[in-house]
Design a protein around this ligand. Structure first.
Ligand code: CNA
Length: 231
């Protein structure tokens, strides 16, 4: 099993939150809190466009491809991701569990109508776009701080963590709850825990192996090693 975070996509050009070049160096994390969004939807949409619009035009990097390859050779059950950029699917991963939603749709906070985000971006000028049906504010269908996770994704992720023999946490600071409990669950159920990250994470102390460095370099090497052993 693999759990991925924003660090898996920095080599594709999307900044992470907590890394040295992360978004939190530029803006207050409170601005991605759901209560803040409800009070200031125009400001949050403008920030969202500034930081996440690049995610629409980026391509997967060797870290995404390595995990897709591991799945293809039958050694990875699923990628559980905190990322919203859909790059695992673009790289060919099939079983992807999106814990924090995805930049796929925007949803009306009033009537629940759903629109493809790419379409919304075509007719949005500035600030928060409005629902063409009821005039309610649209919200990108990603999980903001203070919002519950999609329950079916969380249930599936927990079940997969419990079943895993080896659990790889890659490109994540493991700061965010409840995603950061998945490696703990896996290890308590007997899995080996491998952390691959550029900087220290909150659960390095708990890992069996800590591989410090760039995921786009380490994961392809790891997959080559697995293939050497298997074939
Ligand atoms: P985070 O807390 O920002 O941690 C990212 C970690 O990755 C940091 O510890 C960095 O040191 C590390 N890192 C950065 N680049 C690399 C690299 N090339 N190789 C190895 N390690 C690297 O992000 P988490 O994912 O842990 O936190 C969860 C948040 C971030 C989720 O809610 C996401 O939705 C959110 N996020 C997602 C994206 C995305 O979809 N690409 C981008 C920014 C934030």
């Amino acid at each position: 099993m693999a759990l991925t975070g924003a660090g898996v996509s920095t080599a594709s050009g999307i900044p992470d939150f907590r890394g040295p070049q992360g978004i939190w160096k530029k803006i207050d994390p409170e601005k991605f809190d759901i209560e803040y969004f409800y009070r200031n939807p125009d400001e949050v949409w403008d920030l969202f466009i500034e930081f996440f619009l690049p995610a629409f035009d980026v391509k997967p990097n060797p870290a995404h491809y390595a995990l897709a390859e591991l799945e293809k050779i039958g050694k990875l059950c699923a990628v559980i991701t905190q990322n919203v950029d859909m790059l695992h699917q673009a790289a060919g991963s099939r079983n992807v569990i999106e814990l924090h939603g995805a930049l796929r749709d925007a949803v009306c906070v009033k009537c629940g109508a759903r629109y493809p985000l790419r379409e919304v971006l075509k007719w949005r000028s500035s600030g928060a776009p409005r629902c063409p049906k009821c005039g309610g504010v649209l919200k990108p269908d990603v999980v903001f701080f203070g919002e519950p996770l999609p329950q079916s994704a969380l249930r599936e992720a927990l079940m997969l963590a419990e079943m895993s023999d080896v659990f790889i946490a890659a490109g994540t600071s493991l700061a965010v709850y409840p995603a950061n409990q998945l490696p703990v669950v896996a290890k308590k159920r007997g899995a080996k825990l491998v952390v691959v990250n550029a900087d220290e994470t909150y659960y390095d102390f708990f890992a069996d192996y800590v591989l410090r460095g760039k995921v786009e370099e380490i994961l392809p090497k790891l997959v080559e090693k697995v293939k050497d052993i298997l074939f």
